[in-house]
Design a protein around this ligand. Sequence first.
Ligand SMILES: Cc1cc2nc3c(=O)[nH]c(=O)nc-3n(C[C@H](O)[C@H](O)[C@H](O)COP(=O)(O)OP(=O)(O)OC[C@H]3O[C@@H](n4cnc5c(N)ncnc54)[C@H](O)[C@@H]3O)c2cc1C
Length: 496
Amino acid sequence: MAAAPGTSTLRHGVSLWCPQSPALRRVNLLPCSHLSTSSFRRSFSVAASASSSFANENREFVIVGGGNAAGYAARTFVEHGMADGRLCIVSKEAVAPYERPALTKGYLFPPEKKPARLPGFHTCVGSGGERQTPEWYKEHGIEVIYADPVTDLDIQSHSLRTSSGKNLKYGSLIIATGCTSVRFPAGIGGSLLGVHYIRDVADADSLVSSLERAQKVAVIGGGYIGMEVAAACAGWKLDTTVIFPENHIMPRLFTSSIAEKYEDLYKENSVKFLKGAFIDKLEAGSDGRVAAVRLKNGSVVEADTVIVGIGAKAAVSPFEAVGMNDSVGGIQVDGQFRTRVPGIFAIGDVAAFPLKMYDRVARVEHVDHARRSAKHCVEALLSIHTNPYDYLPYFYSRVFEYEGSSRKVWWQFFGDNVGDVIEVGNFDPKLAAFWVDSGDRLKGVFLESGTPEEFGLLPKLARLQPIVDKAKLRSASSVESALELAGSSIQAEASA
Ligand SMILES: Cc1cc2nc3c(=O)[nH]c(=O)nc-3n(C[C@H](O)[C@H](O)[C@H](O)COP(=O)(O)OP(=O)(O)OC[C@H]3O[C@@H](n4cnc5c(N)ncnc54)[C@H](O)[C@@H]3O)c2cc1C
């Protein structure tokens, strides 16, 4: 596969993106040294302007981005009675925030299996809150500006400009712009008709319309997006080939042994794998649509639809001036999601934040972090708490979940995948894996097809990191007894 430009990855699913000096859009600002970092919340007085033509003069809080983090931030403002007439969301998308992970899951169910469609998965539908439809925002007095991306930030005058030319003043600004998909260059066919990248609902709609007439599908990339899309294509009974440069799927998290079990399931569903394969180019047919994927070794995979899942990069433009983190990419924030510019915050995928547990800076592209960072940031901004964010990394995936599927897959991972791996179970349906460091501390834990109680144990184990008996864990006769053993090491440590 052609290397994703400027990207490198960590094995535990956290992206490390090294920006290649993206062209700065026009940003007017005071040098940061002139700005006080002691005050974090701006007075609302900056939002009033004699010359403004705002629909709503009370734009005390502005969120840029209309994704998961924005939706959960809005919910937190509402919970604290601080949204009505004060909050504005400016989004590039034409729809209200929704649960993005659904796009490669329920959204891609085969047509006869009742695929999820909006408004069915607006944010909070899966986390016990009110479903945040466009009406919900109206009812709560939140102004949402749709399909109008922010193109410029002027730090000095506390204002944003949108692509339609709106000038928006803010009191406090929360940047929640997420990521964009890494694309293949147009020069190697990356923009051909029939080549898809999935980041938003418009992308997913476009993919569905291709799948409706597809016969041969090539999925490029063996990570989350690639494997979820491949499972969907198997559900549509399409001839599907997954192509990636590594030796096995999900290389950042899975060991080869774990991966093998999932790969076997895909093969049972007629999905083919081309491993160790590097993309040379995507070739067009006589109609201009993609017709084939040519590999560097000269071989050709015919495909009328290609889905590219080779990573994502933080959507930092036009906010570079608030301070970037060059090692993980994204906007640098502290434990309360404050950038170095007073009154400007960043949350979700775009934020490079201190991962307290492991004493390192991380950028995490996962919905759980989007939700938690949003809540934490808004409550810090409203001075409800001053605690530093203390995130426990958590990853999950769910595939083959459509009605009538012969085998549903649902796994969760908590913690850090460092150290030796002890694997228990045969994937029939359960499978567990424990990452244990050289001091016998449990650092990370993975479970497939657990019960709610078993899944509930995982964050406790990963957070408390008990010392475990590796030999006993290795010889556990079942996933249940391995989890019981690991759980009892928490109690043993507590009573020691
Ligand atoms: C297809 C897919 C499947 C996924 N599956 C999973 C999963 O199974 N589990 C999991 O944990 N995570 C998953 N994720 C990741 C998860 O969705 C993200 O971590 C989460 O959405 C991040 O929330 P966010 O608000 O930071 O960014 P996003 O949800 O991406 O929202 C960013 C928003 O900002 C908008 N925007 C960008 N730039 C501008 C601008 N200049 N002006 C205005 N608006 C702008 C974007 O259009 C978008 O609406 C998946 C992601 C994708 C794309």
